[in-house]
Design a protein around this ligand. Structure first.
Ligand SMILES: [Zn+2]
Ligand SMILES: [Zn+2]
Length: 151
């Protein structure tokens, strides 16, 4: 009987399929130009080697922090990257200045790191991560098409 063998092949096939689906071509995760619009307080813009352009504002990026602590927190709350934390129902609304980094720097050749004014700096935003969370119409539409949860 070759049940084991069949299962093994199936598993391998599934893994290969998952990999094909999740792997982005190198050209898609290679930034050609990276602009951190610090002084304007706007956000991050990347022009990719494949011609695609992405932009995120700082508030989005802060909420999408990929460090272990923030990822754990957003998983607990069922938030997607960039989705803001639910605001606690406060009697007096507190003014919170929009998140902004004091500085940003490259991490090797593969990522960017922000030193947020709130003191947080653990998140390393890899180019691949950023490309996956591209907020342009085309990408957000594609993401909704593929990850839309049936209710
Ligand atoms: Zn974080
Ligand atoms: Zn895009």
């Amino acid at each position: 009987m070759s049940h084991e063998g069949i299962r093994f092949v199936d598993k391998e096939h599934a893994a290969r399929e998952a990999e094909a689906e999740h792997k982005l071509p190198r050209i898609a995760i290679t930034p050609e130009k990276v602009r951190v619009l610090l002084t304007q307080g706007k956000g991050l813009e990347i022009d990719w080697a494949d011609g695609h352009k992405s932009a995120w504002n700082f508030a989005w990026l802060r909420d999408a922090c990929p460090c272990a602590t923030c990822v754990e927190q957003s998983n607990l709350e069922g938030r997607k990257p960039g989705q803001p934390q639910p605001k606690p129902a406060a009697v007096l609304p507190m003014y919170a200045p929009p998140p902004k980094p004091a500085s940003a720097h490259a991490v090797g050749r593969y990522a960017i790191q922000f030193n947020w004014l709130d003191g947080h700096s653990g998140g390393i935003y890899s180019w691949e991560y950023l490309r996956r969370v591209c907020q342009c119409r085309e990408c957000t539409f594609a993401a909704e098409e593929t990850t839309g949860t049936p209710n």
